[in-house]
Design a protein around this ligand. Structure first.
Ligand code: ADP
Length: 287
């Protein structure tokens, strides 16, 4: 701890800098994460097979099932999607820790990408009694994104809006062009909200609000991962919330033309990044 006070300073200001060394507490988490990631990795293959067969059964049996059985099928489908998101969250956080999460940014039509994600998430929302309402500004400029990773960001924000959405069934997703030229996307729920005192902690690894710990399942990794991915895209993620009234989570993306100016090189037309920043001349892979 460093404290500074100058009696002769006319402003009478005082500065105190306090540093906490959390290495030991973080290294415990890191060890745990390594072990969990190892175990979770083994879930990938059986889960992919289960999801595949659920989709086949759903297609084959559509229209032939009673409403009750059809709703069981939907719940199975939504739960298998949720389990997949859990698996990719854990694996991606482990990759971030080892600086092994590589992103490849492409020129994409954000409205199209976002609508695809929303149509995938609609079932999960419906199974939990929620409705997704989209409000996307037409003719948004093309953005530079790694679609698989952005799917995870939007998926995590919507998952949270479903989990913490309380009694309200409404979740609103907006996307629009900001004055600074970035494309902003927000996910708003009208649920439990978050108190001011903990807003600053939400994006930390493993952070979970003590109130949700007991009755809502989760890992405390979703927002940490989302922030790492958005930052690697050159964007910014934020939250606004009022306890008891709901929350808005938002993030910005850069237009492809802006990104391309900055990072395209003559010999390498792809824009590649890791979650910790830029990589140059590195072959892309995403396991
Ligand atoms: P998880 O949901 O798995 O706990 P996240 O990293 O996604 O982990 O979120 C961290 C914490 O932030 C959650 O435990 C919850 O307390 C809070 N939180 C996130 N999204 C919302 C939301 N939409 N409304 C209220 N609280 C939220």
């Amino acid at each position: 701890m460093a404290a500074y006070y100058n009696k002769n300073n006319p402003d009478q200001t005082e500065t105190i800098v306090t540093l906490f060394d959390k290495t030991t507490s973080y290294s415990k988490d890191d060890d745990a994460l390594g072990f969990i990631a190892l175990a979770v990795h083994e879930l990938r293959t059986p889960l992919t097979i289960l999801r595949g067969y659920i989709e086949v059964l759903e297609d084959e049996l559509s229209g032939k099932l009673s409403p009750e059985l059809a709703s069981f099928m939907q719940k199975m489908h939504a739960s298998s999607q949720q389990l997949s998101s859990f698996v990719s969250n854990i694996l991606n956080v482990a990759r971030i820790e080892e600086n092994q999460l590589f992103l490849q940014l492409h020129e994409e039509n954000w409205e199209k990408v976002l609508k695809n994600i929303l149509s995938d998430m609609a079932l999960r929302a419906q199974v939990h009694g929620k409705k997704l309402e989209a409000n996307i500004q037409p003719n948004l400029p093309a953005v530079g994104i790694d679609s698989v990773s952005m799917y995870e960001v939007v998926g995590n924000l919507i998952d949270n809006a479903i989990k913490y959405g309380g009694k309200s069934d409404k979740i609103i997703i907006r996307s629009y062009l900001r004055d600074d030229g970035t494309v902003e996307t927000t996910v708003q729920d009208f649920g439990v909200g978050i108190s001011d005192s903990i807003l600053g902690n939400l994006f930390e690894k493993f952070y979970r609000n003590h109130r949700s710990r007991t009755h809502v399942g989760g890992t405390g990794l979703g927002l940490y991962l989302s922030k790492a991915i958005v930052n690697a895209h050159g964007g910014h993620i934020w939250v606004q919330s009022k306890e008891g009234q709901g929350s808005v989570f938002g993030f910005t993306l850069q237009q492809y033309s802006q990104l391309a100016d900055k990072s395209k090189t003559a010999d390498n037309s792809d824009i590649q990044r890791t979650a910790h920043g830029w990589i140059k001349n590195h072959s892309f892979y995403r396991r």
